[in-house]
Ligand binder design. Structure first.
Ligand SMILES: [Cu+2]
Length: 154
């Protein structure tokens, strides 16, 4: 109740302040917000600089969201030789899949989810023995839906 009264009083003060003062009050607020946004984008830039993206603990699930036409996230880091299951949720209206283009499973088959209809999900379980940077894509939209899978050695 006391807080409410204080707030109401503060608003009243603001209302009573001349327009000039109110405007000058807003600028520092705006500047503060921009500074915060800048800091955020710098932090993101640093984290994504080498596009190692989401670090996935050994054996933990990878969650991929496909929209029309983007992957989020578009970068993961996993460990060599460990088995992972990636589940792709198709949150878009188009058909999408998730396919590692420069690695194959031990059996020689492609590491890919099937083509997945809108609002369905699919999964693929895989392990990559050799460390390196691999690339994945949606085979339907390879120009825009792509990302990197960094495989770290032990
Ligand atoms: Cu796609």
């Amino acid at each position: 109740m006391l807080k409410f009264t204080k707030l109401a009083f503060a608003i009243e003060l603001l209302d009573m302040a001349p327009v000039r003062t109110r405007r000058s009050l807003r600028w520092p607020l705006l500047l503060g917000t921009s500074a915060a946004l800048l800091t955020l984008s710098c932090a993101r830039g640093a984290a994504g600089g080498d596009s190692q993206g989401v670090a996935v603990a050994s054996g933990a699930p990878l969650a991929e969201t496909a929209t029309d036409n983007l992957f989020a996230p578009d970068a993961y880091t996993i460990a060599a030789g460990e088995s992972y299951t990636l589940t792709m949720i198709n949150a878009g209206d188009a058909i999408h899949n998730w396919h590692i283009v420069d690695a194959k499973a031990g059996s020689g088959r492609e590491i890919a989810t099937p083509l997945t209809a809108a609002h369905k999900s699919s999964a693929v379980t895989f392990a990559i023995a050799r460390s390196g940077v691999y690339h994945f894509q949606c085979d339907v939209h390879p120009d825009t839906m792509k990302g990197t899978l960094t495989v770290r050695g032990s």
